[in-house]
Ligand binder design. Structure first.
Ligand code: FES
Ligand code: FES
Length: 159
């Protein structure tokens, strides 16, 4: 059913008039032109479309826009503060945790929630947490090292 749906995106109140069953991913990319969030499998399996909804990693390909009415959505575009990248983005850059880069926004969104919630995580905890994401370039080793560095940063009291 077509409805006017309002929710916060990257700190700004946004509204769209659309079918409430439409995937959040389509609304972010097509209506709001936030194309950093990627379409991979469309079935909730690969993690490419991950955004944070009220701080929780959420697969936007299988989340309807109606489900996020009134909620707070954060996408990869919302991480930059002025010209300063988020510390997790910096870790990904330092470890060259990207080849084609397609999977990286989803990995980063999950990593941000994970490092925030698990400042004492071990390498094995990190492997478990990130195992829900697929990287077709198989750049897993660098991705895990980047997340590990981000966790150590949390331990050291960084952002
Ligand atoms: S595109 Fe959403 S999980 Fe793959
Ligand atoms: S860097 Fe290419 S899919 Fe992960």
């Amino acid at each position: 059913m077509t409805k006017e749906i309002a929710f916060k995106v990257n700190g700004e109140q946004r509204t769209t008039k659309t079918d409430e069953d439409r995937p959040l991913l389509d609304v972010l990319r097509e209506d709001f032109h936030l194309t950093g969030t990627k379409y991979g499998c469309g079935e909730g399996e690969c993690g490419a479309c991950t955004v944070l909804v009220n701080g929780s990693p959420t697969r936007s390909c299988i989340t309807s826009v109606g489900e996020v009415a009134g909620e707070d959505v954060l996408t990869i575009e919302g991480l930059v503060s002025g010209d300063k990248l988020h510390s997790v983005q910096e870790s990904f850059l330092r470890h060259e945790a990207m080849q084609c880069g397609y999977c990286v926004p989803g990995h980063i969104m999950t990593a941000i929630a994970f490092t925030r919630d698990n400042p004492r995580a071990t390498r094995s905890d990190i492997v478990d947490a990130m195992s829900e994401h697929i990287c077709r370039c198989c750049n897993y080793s660098s991705i895990l090292s980047a997340v590990e560095e981000a966790v150590r940063g949390e331990q050291g009291g960084r952002e």
